[in-house]
Design a binder for this molecule. Structure first.
Ligand code: NAP
Length: 371
């Protein structure tokens, strides 16, 4: 029987992965083994099967007879363990949510509703390393895959509104702590019909700028504010998050003529849904109704939201989309820039399509390939 090792199953991405695998009854067809970097001998996740105690994720001998390793442990772990395993001759499949190996020559970035053909070619060529993409890139492609598949995209500028969860669990908690701090100081004024919005705003501003506002993880207020910087600086003046848009999109699609993708990535006070506003330069003028149909036919999860206020407020917000696999695309209209310029807005749960779901699905594909 195939043997699959899971590392990083209790982190944020790992726990969403476990949740989805249980929902989809995915723990079938192989023996699952669970690893830890912090609790050797402890109890693994409840997957409805008898599983052995947790094994040491740094004891590489334990990996030698594994057919597949799924890691959601993070880049430092991958950097340390993966090269040692490969140089020790391990020939199994490595599936990873960390970015470390995304741009390696012998890896494939996975998003099978969009690049199943690329994955299948990789499997038949003997490629053994399959990596989940950046959350924003994966969600952009889930929303716009129809346009890419029809070869309609000349370039895209993407302005993002990214949730706290993309920065990790501590950051999600810090966002709430910031909201609590603001709520705490203003609650009496908010209830008082005699107070003015300007008085409340002055209190909020003072709190945001006070040295005691909780900003340890974000480095700046996010609640009642935003942060137009995600990840580290690149020489191009982009942030690394912005840099990934071009390189990862073109690697996922394996384009022969790379499609320019660029924009500004901004952290906002949403919990787990990333949103993006797109300016799409089409390479020809296509009627808007046809573009809607092309986008909606891109995959089973994308959904067109009519460009009206009521439906937009009901269906095209992080609050409406969080916790679901639907990727709504709305605010579709031709821009006054010209008939080849399309505006669109999309939301998506970044812990699902942005992280755990492509990993869950590639594991299934690999298990089927090996069975
Ligand atoms: P995470 O929540 O920090 O979890 C990583 C590991 O930290 C866990 O597996 C666990 O390992 C350890 N850990 C320590 N204290 C913990 C605690 N209190 N609760 C849970 N785990 C704890 O990392 P993540 O956000 O899932 O990200 C994993 C990888 O996926 C990263 O490389 C990240 O860049 C990538 N990624 C993340 C996202 C995202 O939205 N967060 C999206 C796409 C890709 P032990 O059990 O061994 O102690």
């Amino acid at each position: 029987m195939l043997r699959t090792g899971f590392v990083g199953w209790r982190g944020m991405v790992g726990s969403v992965l476990m949740e989805r695998m249980l929902q989809e009854k995915d723990f079938l067809g192989y023996e699952p083994l669970f690893f830890t970097t912090s609790n050797v001998g402890g109890t693994g996740p409840d997957i409805g099967l008898d599983i052995p105690p947790l094994k040491d994720a740094y004891e590489l001998d334990l990996f030698s007879d594994l057919d597949v390793v799924v890691s959601c442990q993070g880049g430092d772990y991958t950097k340390e363990v993966y090269p040692k395993l490969r140089s020790a001759g391990w020939k199994g499949f490595w599936i990873d949510s960390a970015s470390t190996l995304r741009m390696a020559d012998d890896s494939i970035i996975v998003l099978d509703p969009v690049n199943r053909a690329v994955i299948d070619r990789g499997l038949s060529k003997g490629i053994k390393t399959y990596i989940g993409g950046n959350c924003t890139v994966s969600l952009m492609l889930m929303g716009l895959s129809g346009l890419f598949a029809q070869g309609l995209v000349e370039w895209i500028s993407s302005m993002t509104y990214q949730s706290a969860s993309g920065a990790g669990a501590n950051n999600m908690k810090e966002l709430i702590a910031q909201m609590v701090a603001i709520g705490g100081i203003t609650q009496d004024m908010v209830k008082d019909p005699a107070s003015t919005a300007l008085e409340i705003d002055a209190m909020v501003s003072e709190e945001l700028q006070s040295g005691s506002f909780p900003t340890e993880f974000f480095g700046a207020p996010l609640a009642a504010s935003l942060i137009p910087w995600i990840d580290k600086a690149m020489e191009s003046g982009q942030t690394k998050e912005e840099w990934k848009g071009f390189v990862e999109t073109n690697k996922i699609l394996q384009t022969t003529n790379p499609i320019p993708i660029d924009g500004i990535c901004v952290r906002v006070g949403a919990m787990r849904c990333h949103s993006q506003g797109f300016t799409i330069k089409l390479n020809r003028d296509v009627p808007l109704d046809d573009l809607s149909e092309i986008i909606e036919s891109g995959n089973d999860w994308v959904k067109i939201v009519p460009n009206d206020k009521e439906t937009t407020l009901q269906e095209l917000t992080p609050a409406a989309v969080g916790g679901t696999l639907i990727v709504p695309v709305g605010r579709l209209r031709k821009m006054i820039l010209g008939p080849e310029y399309l505006a669109a807005f999309s939301c998506g749960d970044q812990l699902l399509w942005g992280a755990a779901e492509p990993i869950r699905r590639i594991l299934k594909i690999v298990v089927q390939h090996l069975s």
